[in-house]
Structures are given as C-alpha cells and as structure tokens.
Write a protein that binds this ligand. Structure first.
Ligand code: GDP
Length: 323
C-alpha cells in the first residue's frame, strides 16, 4: 500500500472506522475515500456497484456494520443478520469485480462457539454451537469471513479477515439499551454521578469474563496487516484452506464485576451497584488466543485503565450531560 493509494474506509464514522482514519492519516496516507450512509447505502447492491465502478478503490477496509451490545444483538436479530449480510456481500463481491488489490474484513470474537476452550484459537471456529443472544450477528460475520476466504480460493483475491475482541474507544455508541457493556457503563455511572443517584443498575450476574481492546490499538494492527500481510501468508501448509482469519485482542480478560468497579472508580461515582439478573449474561468467557497476530510483530499498547480514562474524558467532552 503506497502513501497515495486510493483507500476506501467503509464505516469511517464508527468506533473502528474513525480510529482507522486517524491511524491512516497519522501514517501519511493521503488518498482516503469515505462516504456517509446517506451518500452510499452499502446494503444496496446497485448503489454499491455504481460506487466501485466509478471510484475504483485499490484498498478497502470493511469496517461498516450493524453492531450493538448484548441487548441489541438479542432484540434486533433480523436487522443484525440482514444488514451485515447485505453490506458484506455487496462490498466483497464488488471488490473482486472491480479489482481491489487487498481488502480487510472485520469480524468479531462472538463468532466463536459459546463454550469454546479458552483462549480461543482461530481454528475453534464452527466446532460447536454459538451463543444464542448474538447468533444472527455471528452467522452474518462468519458468512463475511467465508466470503473472503472463498473469493480468495476461487478467484485469487487478497482479502483478509480479522476477529477483534470486545472493543472500546472514541465514537462508540454510549446507549443504555443498545450499547456494548463498557461504553454503557461509562454513561450509566456518569449520569448517576451528575444526577446524585443512589445506585446504578447493571445487567446479569457480573460473572462473565470479557477482554477489551482499545480501538486505536486495533487500528494499528489493521494498518500493519494491510501493509505487510497477505492471504498467502495465512494459508501456508494447509491442505484444506480454512480458518485463515486473525484474532486481535489483548490476551487478558476480567469479569464484568471487576470492570464495573474500575469504571465506577474512574468516573468517581460513590453510590451502589445493583445487578439485574433478569438480563442475560451471554457467553461465559471469550478470551482470544493472539499468537498469530503477535507473530506478525503487533502487540497491544494501551492498558485498560489508561484506555478507559481516555475514553471517559472523550465522552465528557463530546456526549455527556453535564447536569
Ligand atoms: P457481549 O460481549 O457480546 O456479550 O456484549 P456486551 O458488550 O453487551 O457485554 C455483555 C456483558 O456485560 C453481559 O455479561 C452483560 O450481562 C454484562 N452487562 C452488565 N451491565 C451491562 C449493561 O449495562 N449493558 C450491557 N450491554 N451489558 C451489560
């Protein structure tokens, strides 16, 4: 990838896309293409084809997706599977059709089986059943990485897929019902602090464990992979080419209970926490094995407390109600 290559960042406003834009710009990439969803609806086959035919991007980061936390995944099941399948099919197919040199597709660690041995290696994909709350989303993401793999095998494209763990960072969705746990906790504790509430209600038992990666660290990994790693590096020695995706995480996890106390502390809230056990816990644990990405020379840089402090400051500046 040259500094003046034409690079399409699909989903540039989101948590991952905005971190990618910052990383690409800071590394001197000058020719970035990005479109709002009003300008380009990637779920629409004709619109997407027209865009690729006109623009002819050389490199594509496919960070556009319909995402959400456990609540959104469980309730908006049809939207999760439909929107993601359409976006992936349209972008991946047209990337092949219009000669994209390399594409990087973002999956998610929730594609792994609910009770996979920990830490989860790339090869554990499709070895047993998925977690119910995010099954439609996971099926769509598995389809996305199989699209990439299949186009590579049949057509010789260079499309690679990554499976990031739970992410957090700037431009996240800080939504009580639909957000992921970390930004939602930031908002709940912040609002309880400014409104002087006695307690904050969190979901489930607090016992599940999760791994959290800062979006800026992920963006460094994505650009490094786009610069240095090809599909041929990922299928060496395989008699049947499968599971060529790459996990990206920190290699360590903590309980939701521990996370809650870290965020409560950073926000400076001194009320109580009440656990609403009528809400789902989801997968008990989903820690990624990150040996493969480490073998390419990447490791995470931001420790969890520093990252949450940074994101809390961003939230206060950009979103938070101050009263
Ligand atoms: P997941 O990692 O795909 O399951 O999705 P989330 O990022 O939404 O994390 C869900 C985990 O955090 C589950 O164990 C929830 O029970 C727990 N959790 C605790 N409080 C909250 C909350 O306020 N919002 C969300 N989304 N999850 C919460």
């Amino acid at each position: 990838m040259e500094k003046n290559s034409l690079i399409f960042v699909a989903g540039h406003k989101g948590l991952v896309g905005s971190a990618l834009m910052r990383e690409l710009r800071s590394k001197g990439y000058t020719n970035l293409i990005f479109k709002s969803s009003a300008e380009l609806d990637l779920r629409n086959q004709a619109e997407t084809e027209h865009f690729f035919a006109e623009t002819r991007p050389e490199y594509v980061f496919l960070a556009a997706a319909r995402v959400g936390g456990i609540g959104a995944n469980n309730v908006h099941r049809a939207e999760m599977i439909y929107n993601n399948l359409m976006i992936e099919s349209n972008v991946i197919h047209n990337s092949w059709k219009y000669g994209v040199k390399k594409l990087l597709f973002l999956g998610s660690s929730c594609i792994f089986p609910k009770f996979a041995p920990q830490p989860m290696k790339e090869d554990f994909l499709l070895t047993s059943e998925l977690e119910y709350t995010n099954e439609p989303y996971a099926i769509a993401k598995i389809a996305g990485l199989k699209l990439c793999e299949s186009y590579n095998i049949q057509y010789g494209t260079n499309f690679i897929s990554v499976m990031p763990t739970n992410l957090y960072g700037e431009n996240d969705t800080f939504d009580i019902e639909n957000g992921h746990v970390l930004p939602t906790m930031i908002r709940k504790f912040h609002e309880a602090k400014v409104n002087g509430r006695d307690f904050v209600e969190l979901w489930g038992t607090g016992k599940p464990k999760r791994e959290f990666l800062y979006s800026g660290d992920l963006a460094e990994a994505l650009v490094m992979l786009m610069e240095n790693v090809s599909f041929s590096d990922l299928n060496k020695g395989m008699s049947e080419i499968r599971n060529t995706h790459i996990n990206i995480g920190t290699g360590t996890d903590l309980t939701i209970y521990e996370l809650a106390f870290i965020i409560k502390d950073i926000v400076g809230y001194d009320g109580d926490i009440v656990w609403d056990t009528s809400k789902p816990d989801g997968t008990p644990r989903k820690l990624l094995d990150i040996s493969k990405i480490k073998s390419f020379g990447w490791k995470p840089r931001t420790n969890l407390t520093d990252g949450i402090e940074k994101v809390y400051r961003w939230y206060v500046r950009n979103n938070a109600s101050q009263e």
